[in-house]
Ligand binder design. Structure first.
Ligand code: GDP
Ligand code: GDP
Length: 438
């Protein structure tokens, strides 16, 4: 199931980073760093009661001259409107209202997206409440007073944010068509691939700097079944600032991956795997999405009988956290192996949804345990009682053991490999949860 996306929009210094950290602080730091993958504080997972959502901070750069700030805020708001299920508009009780706030509020109101107006730095409710009422003038509903730094008022604010989730999720859940995000660096060939897959020029390939358009979801029929492609290619925003462009591209990618069942990561064969590719792959991995790596522009590569192996090794080395990913060598230009892409998509989707009966699973695990003894510590040996699959997308298994502390990462990996040997699970990550049974 995809998590809702909540975007924060607000002027510099209103407290976006502080709120971000208050809601997700520890969550961000415990996320594993993959080799070659640096994590940006652009998005984070937030858990509130029974809700889980992805929070994105659409604004990163501080710009103080008035004109630039307004245009920057407009861009933030556009991105939020485009990608988020709920938008948090953060203002500062101490700075009060400025012209730019009204302009952004107008944009948000017109978008018809759920907006939660959050008034920050209300460190003392009694003292500042009269000032909070000022914000009704924005015309986007009730202001929610908080103090991001003292973590006051966050509960009511989150109740309001999450109250908007059910609606958007319900409609999404009704749609059972597999959703595929095509992601990758600009110019890797995403639009070209979509066009070729569609068999017609329905996605506009445009190189005009500054053209913006809404995210386009395209339904495609293959073998009588419909698939929805989420295209992140179209958007080429005008910005002179490199960091800002990169941020937008990451925000869009996170949103696309979040909404997808499966990710087609397009790599430019002439460039190899870049750091940005690794970042995107990391997001797909964390989210447990199906993944297919398409090495595109294969027509441009001079090949001998070692080229495929060389490329495969390189990808496996850099993306070592996802050895299960399918790798395909394709050309959007010549159409080489593109028909195979649909077949592979179908295979990966089936594996994402595969359920293994507990009996069969435990035969494999029992055999695996007999082949390689579980780890022990201070004379106590790990005992595995049984394993059961509890969910799909990604397939998730619970391992019941005598003592959780005795379970090693390497032993879980060993069991995972035996399960993969038996059942495949190509293109999907697997999750393992260890539980104690007394
Ligand atoms: P951003 O630019 O919107 O990301 O803002 P920051 O999170 O960097 O915060 C700007 C300044 O406001 C920092 O000095 C924070 O310590 C301060 N700040 C953030 N939240 C609060 C709050 O709830 N109360 C007070 N008094 N200060 C805050
Ligand atoms: P996007 O930014 O990822 O959507 O990339 P585009 O689809 O716009 O492609 C960027 C450039 O690479 C265009 O000039 C394409 O014609 C070219 N291109 C895309 N795929 C291939 C391919 O398989 N082979 C070759 N030779 N060029 C390609």
């Amino acid at each position: 199931m995809s998590r809702p996306i909540v975007a924060i929009v607000g002027r510099p210094n209103v407290g976006k980073s502080t709120l971000f950290n208050s809601l997700a602080g520890e969550k961000i730091s415990i996320v594993k760093d993959y080799p070659g993958v640096t994590r940006d504080r652009i998005y984070a997972d937030v858990t509130w009661l029974n809700y889980q959502f992805t929070m994105i901070d659409t604004g990163g750069i501080e710009m103080d001259t008035k004109d630039i700030m307004l245009s920057h805020m407009r861009q933030q708001a556009e991105i939020a409107i485009e990608t988020a299920d709920v938008i948090m508009f953060l203002v500062d009780v101490k700075q009060g209202l400025v012209d730019a706030d009204f302009k952004v509020a107008d944009m948000l109101r017109k978008s018809h997206k759920p907006v939660v107006l959050v008034v920050n730095k209300v460190d003392n409710f009694e003292k500042y409440m009269p000032d909070v009422y000022e914000f009704y003038n924005l015309g986007i509903g009730d202001p929610y007073p908080i103090s991001a730094s003292s973590k006051i008022g966050l509960g009511d604010m989150l109740d309001e944010v999450t109250s908007h989730f059910n609606k958007s999720l319900a409609t999404e859940e009704e749609d059972e068509r597999p959703r595929i995000a095509i992601v990758g660096k600009p110019n890797a060939g995403k639009s070209s691939i979509i066009n070729k897959l569609l068999g017609e020029e329905r996605v506009i390939v445009s190189d005009i700097a500054g053209t913006t358009r809404d995210a386009i979801d395209t339904a495609v029929k293959w073998n009588g079944k419909e698939y929805v492609f989420i295209d992140t290619a179209g958007l080429r925003r005008k910005s002179r600032i490199k960091e800002e462009l990169e941020r937008y591209s990451i925000v869009r990618t996170v949103a696309a991956v979040e909404k997808a069942d499966l990710v087609l990561l397009v790599i430019d064969a002439t460039e190899g795997v870049t750091e940005q590719d690794a970042k995107i792959a990391g997001i797909a991995h964390e989210r447990g999405k199906g993944i297919i790596i398409c090495v595109n522009k294969w027509d441009l590569i001079e090949k001998d009988n070692k080229t495929v192996a060389k490329y495969t090794d390189e990808i496996r080395r850099i993306l070592s956290f996802m050895p299960y990913a399918q790798i395909m060598f394709i050309s959007a230009k010549t159409g080489q192996r593109l028909p195979k892409v649909f077949e592979t998509i179908e295979t990966v989707i089936q594996y994402q949804n595969l359920r293994i009966a507990t009996g069969v699973l435990n035969e494999i695990v029992t055999e695996a345990v007999a082949m390689q003894q579980p780890p022990s510590d201070k004379g106590k040996r790990l005992k595995i009682f049984y394993v059961t699959q509890v969910s799909v997308k990604p397939p998730t298994f619970v391992i019941f053991v005598n003592d959780k502390e005795l379970m090693h990462f390497s032993y879980t990996r060993y069991l995972e490999n035996r399960i993969r040997d038996a059942f495949g699970f190509t293109g999907t990550s697997l999750r393992f949860i260890t539980r104690e049974r007394k």
